[in-house]
Ligand binder design. Sequence first.
Ligand SMILES: [Zn+2]
Length: 274
Amino acid sequence: MGNSLNYSLSGTVAIASFLVLGCSGTESGKFSSRGAGYAGGGFYGSLQNYYRAGHHGSQPVKVTPNRSYQNVSVTAPAPVPGKLPLSLLGEVRVHKDYLPRSARGRRGQSSMRPRYITIHSTQNWSRGADPWRHSLALKGSKLGSLAWHYTVDENVAVQHLPTNITGRHADLNGPGNKYSIGIEMCEHRGNSRTRTVDRTAKLAAYLMYKYDIPLSKVVPHYHWPRRGMSPAHKNCPHFLLDNGRPGRKWRGFQAKVKRYHDLITTQGPAYASR
Ligand SMILES: [Zn+2]
């Protein structure tokens, strides 16, 4: 588990080039919509200003109603025999590596009872941009105020925040941040996407079980509109969307999550599909 911790970040430039590729959830759309680049050290500063500019206010939050793609009909019977939830969790290989309370990603976060699970991909193709590397960046406050709960690759799932604390990965001050567990899937070179997606599906299934979250509330980042941004709905996780929208690939992911959820529950398909 420790090998990847030994990746050395060779100076600020390397850190910056590593970070700007990341799917922070919100900042990419912000920058691209302005037509501005990441150069000139504006990445962290702009994010800081963005959050300062009232986006952490306490406006009432309206939860977006269900969309058609959230519902998937899977007619296959639940696999038998089942599996203990903790056995499934063991296969995910979660390593806790929490942000310290002093990290910017932890500041201002509040307690949360998770109602949704939001799936992202990092869009970070840098060599070695694995979960441990993202954890280092988050712990070192290199990603501004951003924070999410898990980063997953073909080998592990590194947990950055307790699941009863909010993150900032989806929609500024919206329900995606206030009520959802954020999971980022890695995309660095050499990492198996298939194995990463499979591990992510297992993690999502376990979290559904733990927090009684229905499959319809396991959503892509796309689900959460980002107020004032263009496009409002981010193409994330891009490799599980079709033409930037949930479609066949997303339904395939939902079915995978459901199969794992069925494995660890006795409630059957009706429960998981509600
Ligand atoms: Zn995202």
